[in-house]
Ligand binder design. Structure first.
Ligand SMILES: [Cu+2]
Length: 579
C-alpha cells in the first residue's frame, strides 16, 4: 500500500474509532446494551487497527505520524484503559459506563482533530489543548448524565483542563513575530544592450471569447485566450510591454520556468507592484534558455489564470526544421482548450509537440499512432530518451513536455484526458488503459554534480486551521504555517541547496520554485535513475517525499509555492531569499 493510501485508510479508521466510542457512550446512556457493546467492540477493533496504520506511517517517515504517535496514541490508549475494564465489569446497569465510553470517544476524537486541523509539526501546546478539550467534554457529560463524581476528581479535572488550556493556547508566552519579508530590492538588471530585440505588447482586459461555440466571460491578453504566443530565437532580448486596461485586481507577467533576473519575475508585492488599470510595466530579459515555457499573471493568480490571463513562450534554436506545434491545455469556465485541430503532415517530417499544462491540476496526455520520445521536460532536454509506444504522460500543473517523432505514413493523434486535441488524420484509439511514464526512470542517467549541500530545508505540506488572519480559514500549510507566516528560506549566492518536500495531505501539490530549475535527487527514498531531470514544476502526490537540489545562482526574493493556484492563495506560498 502506498503511503498516500495509508494516510487515507488511517483517517477512515480514526473516524470509525471516534464514532464507535461516542456511539457506544450514547447507546449506554440510553440503556441500549447490545448496541453499546457492538459499537464499543467496533471502536476497540478500529483502535487496534490504528496501531498498525500509525506504525506503518511512522516507518514511512516521522512527518506522516508525529502527532499521531505523540498525541492521538496516548489519548486513545487512555480511552481504552478507562473504558474497556469498566465495560467488562458492567453486568447490571450499562448506563454506569456511559461517561467512560464518552471519555474514550472524546480522546479518540481529539486525536483525530489534531491531525485534521493542525497536522505537522506536533507540539506540546496542541497536545495540551486536546487534553483540555477531552477533560472539559468529559466533565460536561458527567454533569448532564447526572452522575456525581467525587469532589476531588472534579477539582482535579478542572485544574488539568485549565492548566492545559492556558499552556496549550500559549496565553503564558508572548508570540514571536513572523520574520519580516523585505519587499524592496536592488538586484542586477538584465544586461541586454546591443542584442536583437523582440518587442511585444500585451494588454490585459475583460473580454468575451468563444469556446466550443459558447460565449465565455474571460480575462484576456489582447482579447484572446490564450494570449498571443511569444516566440524568440535563443540569444534574442525579449521586451514585453504589459498594459492593464480594466482588470481591477491588477496584473503582472510571470515567466513560468524562465529563470529571469529577479526584477523581471512578475510577483506582486515581492518583485514589483501589481500593474493596475491604466498602468503599464515593461519586462526585459535575454532569452538564453531554449525550450517550452509559458507566461501568466501572478496577481490574484488563482482567478486571473483560470479566467484566461496566460499564454505560451517558446524559445527556439535557429533554424527550425519540421513541424513544431504548441498545445497549451486549459479549462475556461469548464470548457476545454484548445479546440481539436487536424493538420496533415508529410511522412518523414520531424514533429515536435510542445505540451503545456496551464491548469491547476494534472492532465493525462496520450500520443497514438506512432512511437515517440520525450525530448524535454520543463524546457530542459533529457539525456538519451528512448522510444515509447502506447504510453501516457502525466503533466503537472504548470509543467511542459516536448514529445518528438518522425511522422509516419499513417495518422497520429494526441489525446488529453481522452479528448483528441491534435491529429494528422483520423485516428480512433482507446488510451485509457495505457501505462504511465515515470520520468524518474526514463533516459540515460548521469552523476549528480554535488555530493554535499550547504543548506537543507524540509517542506511538509498539509492542511490546518489558520487563526492568524482576521477570519479563521482551513489553509493549505507548509510546516504548520500558512502564507504570510511561513518563514522564508535564506540561502547565500553559490550555495548548493537541497529541499525535501513531504506531502502528508490528501491532495496533490504541484511544487514550483521561481527563478531556478531543481535537479530531482530521489522520490520516496529511491534515487532518480533516468536522465537528469531539471524541473520547475513537479507533482508531489499524497504520501510522497521528494528530494531536489539546485545551486543558488540567481539572487533575489523568489516565490516558492504550490502551483495549484487555489492552494497557493489558501496559504501554500513561501519565499526563497538570498542573504
Ligand atoms: Cu497544492
Amino acid at each position: 500500500m502506498t503511503t498516500g493510501s495509508l494516510l487515507a485508510v488511517d483517517l477512515v479508521i480514526a473516524v470509525l474509532a471516534a464514532v464507535g466510542w461516542l456511539g457506544a457512550g450514547a447507546a449506554s446512556a440510553a440503556r441500549r446494551r447490545p448496541l453499546a457493546l457492538g459499537l464499543a467492540a467496533l471502536a476497540l477493533l478500529a483502535t487496534l487497527a490504528r496501531a498498525g496504520t500509525v506504525t506503518a506511517l511512522a516507518r514511512a517517515g516521522w512527518w506522516f505520524a508525529a502527532e499521531k504517535v505523540l498525541i492521538a496514541a496516548p489519548l486513545s490508549f487512555a480511552g481504552v484503559v478507562v473504558a474497556g475494564p469498566r465495560l467488562l465489569r458492567a453486568v447490571g446497569d450499562v448506563r454506569a459506563v456511559a461517561v467512560p465510553l464518552l471519555f474514550a470517544g472524546y480522546a479518540a476524537g481529539a486525536g483525530l482533530l489534531v491531525t485534521v486541523l493542525h497536522g505537522y509539526p506536533a507540539s506540546a501546546g496542541v497536545g495540551l489543548l486536546a487534553l483540555a478539550g477531552v477533560v472539559a467534554a468529559t466533565a460536561v457529560s458527567w454533569r448532564i448524565l447526572g452522575a456525581r463524581p467525587s469532589p476531588t476528581v472534579s477539582r482535579a479535572a478542572v485544574a488539568v483542563a485549565v492548566a492545559a488550556l492556558v499552556t496549550g493556547t500559549g496565553l503564558t508566552v508572548t508570540p514571536e513575530p513572523a520574520p519580516a519579508v523585505p519587499h524592496d530590492h536592488q538586484y542586477r538588471e538584465a544586461g541586454t544592450a546591443g542584442e536583437p530585440t523582440r518587442r511585444f505588447t500585451l494588454t490585459a482586459g475583460t473580454a468575451t471569447v468563444t469556446v466550443a461555440g459558447r460565449d465565455v466571460a474571460a480575462w484576456a491578453f489582447n482579447g484572446q485566450v490564450p494570449g498571443p504566443e511569444l516566440t524568440a530565437t535563443v540569444g534574442d532580448v525579449l521586451e514585453v510591454t504589459l498594459r492593464n486596461r480594466d482588470i481591477g485586481r491588477g496584473v503582472t507577467l510571470h515567466w513560468h520556468g524562465y529563470d529571469v533576473p529577479n526584477s523581471q519575475d512578475g510577483v506582486p508585492g515581492v518583485t514589483q507592484a501589481a500593474v493596475l488599470p491604466g498602468q503599464e510595466f515593461v519586462y526585459r530579459f535575454r532569452a538564453d534558455q531554449v525550450g517550452t515555457y509559458w507566461y501568466h499573471t501572478h496577481s490574484a493568480s488563482d482567478v486571473g489564470v483560470r479566467k484566461g490571463l496566460y499564454g505560451v513562450l517558446v524559445v527556439r534554436p535557429a533554424p527550425v526544421t519540421g513541424v513544431d506545434v504548441t498545445v497549451p491545455v486549459h479549462t475556461l469556465s469548464g470548457l476545454p482548450l484548445p479546440a481539436a485541430r487536424t493538420e496533415p503532415v508529410q511522412a518523414g517530417t520531424p514533429v515536435r509537440l510542445r505540451l503545456i499544462n496551464t491548469d491547476s491540476t494534472t492532465h493525462r496526455y496520450a500520443l497514438a499512432g506512432t512511437p515517440f520520445r520525450v525530448a524535454a521536460i520543463d524546457g530542459y532536454d533529457l539525456r538519451g530518451p528512448t522510444p515509447l509506444v502506447d504510453t501516457t504522460v502525466l503533466i503537472p500543473a504548470g509543467g511542459r513536455y516536448d514529445l518528438v517523432f518522425t511522422a509516419p505514413a499513417t495518422p497520429v493523434a494526441l489525446f488529453v484526458d481522452g479528448r483528441q486535441v491534435y491529429a494528422t488524420g483520423p485516428v480512433s484509439a482507446a488510451t485509457g488503459g495505457w501505462p504511465v511514464l515515470d520520468p524518474l526512470g526514463y533516459g540515460a542517467a548521469a552523476p549528480v554534480p554535488w555530493s554535499r549541500f550547504d543548506k537543507t530545508f524540509t517542506l511538509v505540506l498539509d492542511r490546518g486551521l489558520d487563526l492568524r488572519g482576521l477570519l479563521p480559514r482551513y489553509a493549505h500549510t507548509v510546516n504548520g504555517a500558512a502564507d504570510p507566516d511561513i518563514p522564508p528560506q535564506v540561502v547565500r549566492f553559490g550555495d548548493v541547496v537541497r529541499f525535501t518536500i513531504v506531502n502528508r495531505s490528501q491532495v496533490v501539490h504541484p511544487w514550483h520554485l521561481h527563478g531556478h530549475h531543481v535537479l530531482v535527487l530521489a522520490r520516496d527514498g529511491r534515487p532518480a535513475a533516468g536522465s537528469p531531470l531539471w524541473l520547475d514544476s513537479f507533482d508531489v502526490r499524497p504520501g510522497e517525499v521528494w528530494q531536489v537540489a539546485f545551486r543558488a545562482d540567481n539572487p533575489g526574493m523568489w516565490a516558492n509555492h504550490c502551483h495549484n493556484l487555489a492552494h497557493a492563495d489558501a496559504g501554500m506560498t513561501l519565499h526563497l531569499m538570498y542573504a
